[in-house]
Design a protein around this ligand. Structure first.
Ligand code: HEC
Ligand code: HEC
Length: 269
């Protein structure tokens, strides 16, 4: 084969490869989107009624901050498309939403809506773009959950913010991790699924549904335990020591910078 025909053949093969790759991507995309729209376009009549009730509540209570179509308003409220009914149930059932005014961390107030209204709101938001769903009673049940495993997971994943006994602690920028003394099992599950505010999301791959139940069992169990004296020290909050170390390091760096520039200036004289 001459070098020329070799060179000619390569671009053709390249185009063919790109072409078939594009075709494959297109096919997969079409398959996924038709699957989704088939699922989304067939809500049952009772669901339909919930969606329209939820939409009406949304327009009245939430649209002023989250936009008329939950698309979000810059610097006022985030988009709620894709946050799922779990986020809605967590935020509203804990009294965080509807917020009164934007602050660093939404304070918990008396719950403004009844469970049926919250469910309708969740179904409406869910219909807009999916997202994590409110767990069923069976999913948060503590029968068959292991609080011992839950404790290990809690220490590894939650204690750095919520403290070892779930007592909460201060975070940066006026935020704080609340004590876990009041959250219901459903809210604990939803907090992990949706990661409110500064809390990370723990999806079902990071922490499996069974592990979530173990954690819930541990959190609920610590509530009934008397406070062991030695633990109280830890309740100051994990951030304090870190902050002191950080400020010390910062101060050191400022002095180092001053020293270097002073030296530098001298060598130029
Ligand atoms: C006064 C403005 C305001 C109102 C009214 C309001 N929100 Fe919010 N909402 C916010 C802000 C700001 C945030 C982001 C801060 C945060 O996450 O705490 C937020 C966050 C949320 C989140 C979390 C989103 C996520 O990514 O997890 C949900 C869910 C939510 N709101 C639902 C609602 C619902 C439902 C209503 C009506 C019942 C409502 N909000 C009313 C301002 C508002
Ligand atoms: C990076 C810090 C951080 C980590 C790690 C973290 N959280 Fe949180 N968590 C927060 C913050 C901040 C809030 C408050 C969010 C808000 O008010 O919007 C919160 C709120 C919660 C709430 C709601 C409490 C209430 O009374 O409404 C629960 C429940 C919760 N977290 C459970 C957990 C669990 C379980 C884990 C471990 C799997 C965990 N968190 C890991 C920071 C954290």
């Amino acid at each position: 084969m001459s070098p020329i025909s070799l060179r000619r053949r390569r671009p053709v093969a390249g185009y063919a490869l790109i072409g078939s790759a594009l075709l494959l991507i297109g096919l997969i995309y079409a398959l996924i989107t038709t699957g989704q729209s088939a699922a989304a376009s067939s809500p049952s009549p009772s669901q339909q009624a919930q969606i329209s009730q939820g939409r009406a509540i949304f327009v009245e209570e939430c649209a002023s901050c989250h936009g008329l179509f939950a698309q979000g308003i810059p610097r006022v409220g985030p988009s709620l498309i894709g946050v799922g009914s779990a986020a809605v149930n967590f935020q509203v059932s804990s009294g965080r939403m509807p917020a009164k005014e934007p602050v660093a961390e939404m304070p918990q107030k008396p719950v403004a809506l009844n469970p049926q209204q919250i469910k309708a709101l969740g179904t409406y938001i869910q219909s807009l773009g999916g997202g994590p769903v409110t767990p069923s009673a069976a999913m948060v049940s503590q029968t068959g959950a292991n609080p011992g495993i839950g404790q290990q997971l809690f220490v590894a994943d939650c204690a750095q913010c919520h403290n070892f006994v779930g007592a909460g602690g201060a975070l940066t920028y006026g935020k704080y991790a609340p004590p876990l003394t009041n959250a219901t099992p459903t809210q604990i599950y939803e907090a992990m699924l949706t990661g409110p505010e500064a809390m990370p999301v723990f999806n079902n791959t990071t922490i499996t549904p069974q592990q979530k139940r173990d954690i819930i069992a541990y959190v609920v169990q610590t509530r009934s335990e008397p406070n062991p004296g030695g633990f109280s020290l830890g309740r100051i909050g994990p951030v304090t020591e870190g902050l002191v170390a950080f400020l010390g390091l910062l101060l050191f760096m400022v002095f180092a910078a001053l020293w270097i520039t002073a030296k530098h200036g001298k060598s130029h004289e």
